[in-house]
Structure formats: C-alpha cells, structure tokens
Design a protein. Structure first.
Length: 120
C-alpha cells in the first residue's frame, strides 16, 4: 500500500475479493460513466463533471472494466468550468492531471499479482 493513502483502497479490494470468492463465472461488473466528477463518489464534495456522460459498461473482469472506463474518459475532451486544469484534450490523462500519483485502474486494485486479478 502506498504511504499517505490510508488503508481504505487496499481494504476495499480485499473485501471485494472476499465477496467474490467462490463465485467465478457467476458475477458481472457494471460501471456507470455518468456525472464523472474529479473526486471519488465517497468524497464529501462534488465538483462539476470533467467529461460528458459516456454510458454504461459491463464486463466479467473488474480490472478490465475499470481500465476501459479510464480509457473512455481519457479519450474524451474535457468540459470547461471544472477543477481540471490540464490534460483537457482527447487522449490526455484526465485523472493523471488531477492526481499526480495516479497510475490507472491497476493502482486501484493494488496490483493484479497480489490479489489474483488478471484479464480474462
């Protein structure tokens, strides 16, 4: 776990893995790419969305759907009037501009090797 982030991200993945134990082939994951604000939904404040709504994604692979979601946001031009100060063009990393330590969806999963996540 990276220093400064607390135990929440790692524990979140551990609990998700425990909930999925024994359910291989019986679970699907949905990401709603709507009202994509700069901060996590769990944050106590919401800013204006950084891109237009992109729709709903579905997958049987939690890492793949998160990476695809990041790729969808990266591929869009940013909206004006948000806290996003850089990387506003299509193809530029929006989350990297907001969070200097951002390294994509695998960072949220704390690494595929540690938890056994792998593309299917």
């Amino acid at each position: 776990m990276e220093r400064g982030h607390g135990a929440f991200p790692e524990k979140n993945v551990e609990y998700a893995l425990a909930a999925l134990h024994g359910k291989k082939g019986k679970v699907a994951f949905l990401n709603f790419l709507t009202q994509i604000s700069p901060a996590c939904d769990c944050y106590g404040h919401s800013d204006a969305p950084i891109v237009h709504d992109l729709g709903i994604m579905a997958s049987v692979d939690p890492v793949a759907i998160d990476q695809a979601s990041v790729d969808m946001v990266t591929g869009r031009k940013a909206l004006e009037g948000t806290s996003l100060a850089a990387n506003k063009n299509s193809g530029e990393d929006k989350f990297g501009a907001l969070y200097q330590r951002w390294t994509g969806a695998y960072s949220w999963c704390m690494g595929k090797d540690r938890f056994g996540f792998a593309p299917v």
